[in-house]
Design a protein around this ligand. Structure first.
Ligand code: GLP
Length: 266
């Protein structure tokens, strides 16, 4: 795992976007795992800007989202399909047929989950999985005690997650209590993971996720087991990390980061 600390949310977001854009330019048919939530909105806005001003091309890209609420049709404003169309897909040249989210309206949820896994496998797996972290320490909707080897499945959401995400719905009580989520095992199979975390409210859970012991109580700690995981954070989110100096040193000295350091205006 590598942790990169940038001064502001904008700089952290732009660095994450630059890393993904680089991968997409190198591999136009990239299989990209996508996440939702407030943190991702700035990142998708940056993708749209890069598409419009820097010719970032999504025409061959394939996407798989981490999760979707059960019981919400795609046109529901709270659904993740609606979110993805609104923030990204409607504004770039992606082929909608290449965009995948679990179907939260499926009659047979277990078979929908198996089908989702098969689709990921058919594309040869996820090349780059984008993630953020929920207040409960979840990645996707892998709530506490999610098995490290779990696959795409139905999960009940915790009261903490319901509290965190309810404000994103128009009416109180409208938020579904269950979701389909890629499993921790599914996520760990991605070739590379990129986690973006910003804001002071995430500082405590981020410190546990990055520097704490690996535990299924905080599914983000599973990323410590991944061979190529980059965690990009702003100073606020980094404020409770013990080894900030070390992370800065790595960013300043490792050749891997040279091209990104060069563009400090990001
Ligand atoms: C939801 C998603 C998670 C995401 C989280 C972060 O719960 N299922 O994948 O990490 O939102 O939300 P925010 O960025 O709004 O803090």
């Amino acid at each position: 795992m590598q942790v990169v600390i940038r001064n502001t949310k904008k700089e952290a977001t732009n660095l994450a976007a630059a890393i993904i854009a680089r991968e997409l330019r190198a591999r136009p048919n990239l299989v990209l795992g996508l996440a939702t939530g407030r943190t991702m909105e700035g990142l998708y806005a940056r993708f749209v800007e890069m598409h419009e001003k820097e010719w970032l091309d999504f025409s061959l890209a394939v996407t798989f989202n981490l999760d979707e609420y059960i019981g919400l049709p795609p046109e529901h404003k709270g659904s993740y399909r609606y979110y993805m169309n609104k923030h990204l897909f409607n504004h770039v040249n992606i082929d909608m047929r290449n965009t995948h989210l679990p179907n939260g309206m499926a009659r047979d949820i277990a078979s929908e989950c198996r089908h989702y896994e098969e689709q990921i496998r058919d594309y040869g797996g996820i090349d780059l999985q984008l993630l953020s972290i929920g207040a409960s320490g979840h990645i996707g909707f892998n709530e506490p005690l999610s098995a490290m080897r779990s696959r795409t499945r139905e999960k009940a959401l915790t009261p903490q997650t319901i509290q965190q995400n309810s404000p994103l719905f128009e009416r109180p009580g409208e938020m579904p209590r269950r979701a389909i989520t890629m499993g921790v095992g599914t996520i760990l199979e991605a070739e590379r993971c990129l986690m973006l975390v910003t804001g002071e409210t995430k500082a405590e859970v981020l410190a546990k996720a990055v520097e704490g012991p690996v535990t299924s109580m905080i599914s983000a700690t599973a990323l410590q087991l991944h061979e190529h995981c980059t965690v990009i954070v702003d100073e606020e989110a980094a404020s409770k990390l013990e080894n900030q100096e070390y992370y800065h040193w790595i960013f300043e000295n490792e050749p891997e980061w040279e091209e990104f350091r060069a563009n400090m205006s990001m």
